[in-house]
Design a protein around this ligand. Structure first.
Ligand SMILES: Nc1ncnc2c1ncn2[C@@H]1O[C@H](COP(=O)(O)OP(=O)(O)OP(=O)(O)O)[C@@H](O)[C@H]1O
Length: 277
């Protein structure tokens, strides 16, 4: 659905993207992670058709982003809604612009009002809503025309657990119906909940891609043995079981505790996304 190859984008001296490549299939959720400034939002803006790359290619269902806008739903990192306009009016406006007719538009609005729990504030201007309510409204605007590619740029930033849960459920449902999803976040447990594959960005390119299991498999685990005198031995190892057996066999004092820690998504993030400088 989305194919990006060797995309480069410079802002003056700053190289925001430096050979960024990513493929996302229909029905796939890709968790795009990476430290601040890695290039995630710049990539999302290029795929949205908002800015053009300096080099490289991006296609959405085989088309240029500028020609595929109606296929794409964008939830930008910063709220970009009209403050005096109500949530329902936003949904009518953007649904109408995307070509939804009356009955279909009403049905789609009703679905989103229920799924994202917008009912209580749907007829209030965006400007008077709380941050979490605005987040839900922004997501609804991204989803109203049932896009086949969803670009969600930190959609749950600052959201409370209920808002987060509602957003994740809707995104999972849309992927289940065949939408391709690019989901950027700094909150990695969300990616497990979404059953997302991962793309790790660093310095303007994707440096690791795969399921979390595949990426975690390449990381060492940690074995910790505590002795009766409260001294500890902690070893980073590719073979935790073998290492533990070895440490216990060589122990010259009573052992009071052992702990084998498998690598976590946080370890993965730390190992792959640290800046070079
Ligand atoms: N409009 C712009 N003008 C100049 N520099 C920019 C602009 N947009 C982004 N950059 C720079 O490009 C680089 C990549 O920024 P980008 O916002 O894409 O990163 P990000 O991975 O989304 O970061 P974050 O996690 O903080 O949202 C950064 O060095 C940033 O300062």
């Amino acid at each position: 659905m989305l194919e990006a190859a060797e995309v480069t984008k410079n802002y003056g001296e700053v190289r925001a993207l430096n050979g960024f490549s990513l493929t996302v299939d229909a029905g796939e959720i890709v968790g795009l992670v990476g430290h601040n400034g890695a290039g995630k939002s710049t990539f999302v803006e290029i795929v949205s058709g908002l800015i053009r790359p300096d080099a490289g290619t991006v296609t959405i269902g085989g088309r240029d982003p500028a020609r595929a806008r109606s296929d794409v739903g964008v939830c930008p990192q910063h709220i970009s809604l009209y403050r005096p306009v109500t949530v329902r009016e936003h949904l009518r406006l953007f649904g109408g612009l995307a070509g939804l007719r009356r009955a279909a538009l009403r049905q789609e609005i009703d679905r989103l009002v229920t799924a994202l729990r917008l009912g209580e504030f749907c007829d209030r201007p965006v400007g008077v809503l709380s941050g979490g309510q605005q987040r839900r409204a922004q997501a609804a605007v991204a989803l109203i025309h049932r896009p086949v590619l969803l670009l969600m740029d930190e959609p749950t930033a600052g959201a409370d657990p209920e808002t987060r849960q509602a957003l994740l459920e809707v995104i999972r449902d849309r992927a289940g119906e065949g939408a391709a999803v690019v989901y950027t976040t700094h909150y990695l447990p969300e990616l497990t909940e979404l059953d997302a594959t991962l793309a790790v960005a660093r310095a303007g390119r994707v440096i690791a891609r795969g399921t979390s299991a595949e990426l975690l498999d390449k990381l060492p685990g940690e074995v910790r043995v505590t002795f009766a005198d409260e001294k500890e031995v902690c070893v980073s190892t590719d073979d935790p079981t073998g290492t533990l057996v070895d440490l216990l066999a060589r122990a010259d004092r009573p052992v009071t505790a052992v702990d084998v820690r498998k690598p976590s998504l946080d370890d993965l993030y730390r190992s792959l996304a640290v800046d070079d400088d």
